[in-house]
Design a protein around this ligand. Structure first.
Ligand code: ADP
Ligand code: MG
Length: 950
């Protein structure tokens, strides 16, 4: 109730706007087409209130649309446009013209100085919509482009430079991730700054809800090992001895474990392999022997070698837990995973973290390189980049709460242009599926025979195929849509309104394409407008002898001329669209070389072709009118839902395909208690009652059953919502760090001396900070070391031996290592920079007396050293810093993914997993950022040493 009241209030306000728009529209009526552009520019640059600017622009766009697209904005389209301008979601039914409505908002955004990205459900639609509207945009002086996944980076960049870009949300999300993996701004395809870019999402529920369930992920090649390595690891794993069972608690002494003899045990349930204490010893021996690790105590336990253990456990898992033809099959020399839940093959998927490679080694087939996640973002968080988010769809109200909570945007329900007269019949409920499909076939047959087109929406590919088989048996011609070929789907769906057409389709297929009763001849109407006028234009040119002097030496040959003529003779109306460009160039560049006689011949041939195509189109139009009449008489499009979908919203979307623009139409859903997610209803008293009293071949129309189904659907929708919300919340934790990381990355891309600044300020300020805390307890150890060292130095002034020098050196290194928290190897390098003798000398001459003076001395020395490095070298080091940053980020993504996997268990200990996750991620990110300067410095020292040695 409250929702409706608020909705009415918004609509009332929009109607008021509309009055002003109409007023401007009348006053602009006489503006010539070619002047509209200038007028728009004038508005854009004026200092008027934005509301006036918007209303004036909409009036002009309406005028332009009438002239170039032969479509005038319906009032409801303007209302929808105003909703988008407000950054809200417009709910408008199918066939209300959302594609055109979008231009209202795009034009308004343009005069407000904002660019627009339009995201559609698939690339075919993005391309189609941009092409449809581009004449309108041209007329308004708004540049537009399509951005597709197959385009080159430079083409993408050009597209994004336009005022409006059409693409899919997915592709734009990937562009965003890819851009943020590049090292220079120049290479980026998207705008650097989104603060004046708006996004409009078509089929908003599909993109923001259905598709938003899984985040976008870019994988890159990880640090891969050679195939030989995996084979080597495998042979090592084979030398290990399997234990007879897992360690068990001793029954005699409960604090003691009984560990069977052997190197490893397998946990079948958790699918894990564990290495025993004895196993570590065996492994270390073998690895030292094979020189995989260096000779040192407990080397395998060293953190830098832990990954080797991971590879060994992978090899053990591959051997003992992953079986051919059970967990995977081998197809074409590739491992194909068998989905655990469905038993289907999942080509393209692979196990992560080296397990896949271990299995490939076991099977002795080609080993694919390891991949790692290098970029990841959810659609929800990608959308947050934009200054304004808005969207449109036929079904948004069902999910209004989700739009509000996650996208912070309201839904406005826009009334239909013409009253809706579709009949939504109550559900037909059957006790079992057999009765359901039998009855459904009868209904389809009856409708088909009276020429009524039928669209059957199914919930799965399997159901589509099943129904198709049933239809074949009774000889009903039909189309089945379940392929993911959007263009092909769109063509079939577009003709699904022909008399007696039967189309079987999964709910989502062909979305975004309008089913027009009597068939869709829009394309041919467009040919009439555009191509015919081009032909007329050619004739006029030929007659006036208008030539392009640039090409005055181009001559048309006899041969070329005769092919030209014969082509014209046989060309069909579809082909004309493709070849007309060629004719235009010929006429423009070579027509002057034609003899008078040939010229007249060409004119008459073009004329003939034009007449023929016009006649063809008229015939089509005539057929269309008759077809449409027949279909209307038969009751319009009949939508049959073969099963109820788990989501009410998707059912509504299917239903919405009938009854567009005030057409007649009907919709019926078929339900049986066997339908897979309704089986739980079988336990309900309603079912028991029906089963006793109803003939099983009969349908039941029961309010009680319908209500139960609706309740079950809402329950499932609610669960899905919770799932998406949780995914979003987890991604939002990453989002904060992602933004911080991208920002830091931007600084690297922008500033070629970023590393210099990080090293200089980072290291020197650490020294500075140390001074403040030097007397605190934490540095007590250092203080002691230092005083001991100074004692050692001063007492041995005279009798300095090589040995005592060495001790001093060790002391200094210890101090440095502690003070600067850099690793030992680098300490030694720092010492070499500092010229250790200088320090000794300084201590001897009392310049260094305590920690503070030592730090000061080091600071000066480092400063001096840094200033001796040229900017060229710094810039080169910058690249290294960049790589380091990226490596840290990938490491972070990996780590957080791991945490996400086990964090659910914290629920057991009554902790909030999301909170724990946030805490963990934050800590890791903070330590990465805090230690970044040290890491850059360490890296820098490495490089510096290499440089010196060369
Ligand atoms: P939706 O996306 O709302 O389902 P479309 O944008 O696909 O609808 O448009 C449906 C059909 O209506 C298209 O064939 C389109 O050309 C036509 N159409 C849209 N707006 C108008 C208008 N103002 N006047 C005439 N036809 C229109
Ligand atoms: Mg649409």
């Amino acid at each position: 109730m409250l929702r409706k009241y608020l909705n009415d209030k918004v609509l009332k306000q929009y109607r008021k706007n509309q009055e002003q728009i109409n007023y401007f529209y009348t006053s602009f009526k006489d503006i010539a087409l070619e002047d509209i552009k200038n007028k728009i520019l004038e508005i854009k640059e004026s200092k008027e209130y934005s509301k006036v600017k918007i209303n004036k622009t909409i009036a002009l766009a309406k005028l332009a649309s009438e002239k170039v697209l032969k479509m005038s904005y319906y009032d409801v389209q303007i209302m929808g446009g105003l909703t988008l301008i407000d950054g809200k979601i417009a709910q408008m039914k199918t066939g209300e013209g959302k594609t055109l409505m979008c231009s209202v908002a795009i034009a308004a955004n343009y005069v407000l100085g904002q660019k627009t990205h339009v995201a559609t459900a698939n690339e075919y639609l993005a391309h189609r919509d941009q092409q449809t509207l581009s004449p309108l945009f041209d007329c308004l002086g708004i540049s537009s482009a399509f951005n597709g996944s197959q385009m080159s980076p430079s083409a993408k960049k050009q597209a994004y430079a336009c005022d409006v870009v059409y693409s899919t949300a997915q592709e734009m999300g990937f562009d965003y991730l890819r851009d943020n993996l590049l090292k220079t701004f120049e290479e980026r395809v998207q705008p650097l700054d989104f603060s004046n870019v708006c996004i409009i999402i078509d089929e908003a529920d599909f993109i923001l809800i259905d598709e938003a369930r899984t985040p976008l992920i870019i994988s890159g090649l990880a640090n891969s090992m050679s195939p030989d390595f995996y084979h080597q690891i495998r042979s090592i794993a084979q030398q290990l001895q399997k234990m007879s069972g897992a360690p068990e608690k001793s029954k005699v002494n409960l604090n003691e474990y009984i560990i069977p003899e052997g190197d490893f045990w397998i946990d079948e349930q958790r699918k894990e392999a564990h290495i025993s204490e004895q196993g570590y010893i065996t492994l270390e021996k073998i690895m030292l022997n094979q020189k995989i690790i260096q000779n040192d105590n407990n080397e395998l336990y060293d953190s830098k070698n832990l990954w080797l253990l991971n590879e060994i456990t992978n090899a053990l898992k591959a051997e003992h837990l992953y079986l051919k033809d059970k967990q995977y099959v081998i197809d074409n020399n590739e491992i194909v995973i068998v989905d655990e839940n469905t038993g289907r093959l999942s080509p393209g998927r692979s196990w992560s973290e080296g397990l896949h490679q271990a299995i490939e080694a076991k099977e002795n087939i080609n080993i694919n390189p390891l991949t790692a996640t290098v970029g990841k973002v959810s659609i929800q968080n990608y959308c947050k980049n934009y200054a304004k988010l808005s969207g449109m769809t036929g079904t948004a109200m069902e999910s209004a709460i989700e739009f509000e909570q996650i996208y912070n945007t309201a839904v406005v329900d826009i009334p239909t242009n013409k009253p809706m007269i579709r009949q939504d019949k109550p559900d037909l409920v059957f006790l079992n599926q057999e009765a359901k499909y039998n009855h459904m076939l009868e209904v389809i047959k009856e409708k088909h025979e009276k020429d009524q087109p039928v669209l059957i929406g199914t919930t799965s590919v399997y159901e589509s195929e099943y129904i198709s088989q049933l239809l074949k048996k009774i000889n009903i011609q039909h189309h089945v849509l379940n392929a993911r070929n959007h263009e092909y789907e769109a063509q079939i769906i577009a003709q699904a309104g022909l008399p007696g057409a039967v189309t079987v389709s999964t709910s989502m297929a062909g979305r975004g394409t309008d089913i027009i009763l009597g068939g869709n001849i829009e394309k041919f109407e467009m040919i009439k407008f555009t191509q015919i006028s081009k032909l007329q234009d050619m004739i006029a040119r030929l007659k006036s002898g208008e030539i392009n002097l640039e090409h005055s030496d181009a001559i048309i040959s006899e041969e070329e001329f005769s092919t030209l003529l014969s082509q014209l003779q046989s060309i069909s109306m579809i082909e004309i669209e493709k070849v007309i460009h060629h004719y235009e160039t010929v006429v423009e560049t070579k027509a002057h070389s034609l003899s008078e006689e040939n010229k007249n011949l060409l004119i008459s041939k073009i004329n003939e072709t034009m007449m023929r195509i016009q006649a063809d189109i008229e015939k089509l139009e005539h057929d269309y009118r008759i077809n449409k009449e027949r279909v209307l008489q038969a009751g319009g499009l009949c939508v049959i839902g073969a099963s109820r979908n788990e989501s009410r919203r998707i059912d509504d979307q299917l239903r919405g395909r009938a009854g567009r623009q005030g057409d007649v139409g009907e919709s019926i859903f078929f339900v049986s208690f066997d339908d897979y997610w309704l089986q739980s209803l079988k336990a309900s008293p309603v079912f028991m009652l029906l089963q006793k009293n109803v003939d099983s071949s009969q349908s039941i129309s029961s309010g009680m059953v319908s209500r139960s189904i609706e309740k079950a659907q809402r329950g499932i929708d609610g669960l899905f919502f919770e799932g998406r919300k949780s995914m979003y919340q987890y991604d939002s934790v990453l989002d904060e760090s992602r933004r911080a990381f991208f920002k830091l990355r931007d600084e690297f891309a922008q500033d070629k001396l970023k590393t210099k600044k990080i090293v200089l300020t980072g290291i020197l300020s650490r020294l500075e900070n140390l001074k403040d805390s030097i007397y605190l307890e934490t540095t007590y150890q250092n203080g002691k070391l230092l005083s001991e060292m100074m004692d050692a130095i001063t007492s041995n002034v005279k009798t300095e031996t090589e040995e005592s020098k060495d001790i001093k050196r060790q002391h200094l290194i210890d101090i440095l290592e502690n003070l600067l928290s850099i690793d030992r190897v680098n300490c030694i390098k720092v010492m070499s920079i500092l010229e250790i003798h200088q320090i000794f000398d300084a201590i001897k001459s009392q310049k260094i007396q305590d920690e503070i003076s030592l730090l000061n001395f080091m600071k000066d020395a480092l400063n001096q050293f840094f200033s001796s490095i040229t900017d060229e070298l710094w810039m080169w080091l910058n690249e290294q810093g960049f790589d380091l940053l990226d490596a840290e980020w990938i490491y972070y993504l990996e780590l957080t993914e791991e945490i996400r996997k086990w964090i659910g268990f914290t629920q057991l200990s009554q902790k909030n997993p999301l909170y724990e996750y946030k805490k963990e991620c934050f800590n890791i990110f903070e330590s990465i950022i805090n230690n970044f300067d040290i890491n850059v410095f360490n890296k820098f020292m490495n490089i510096f040493n290499i440089e010196r040695n060369h």
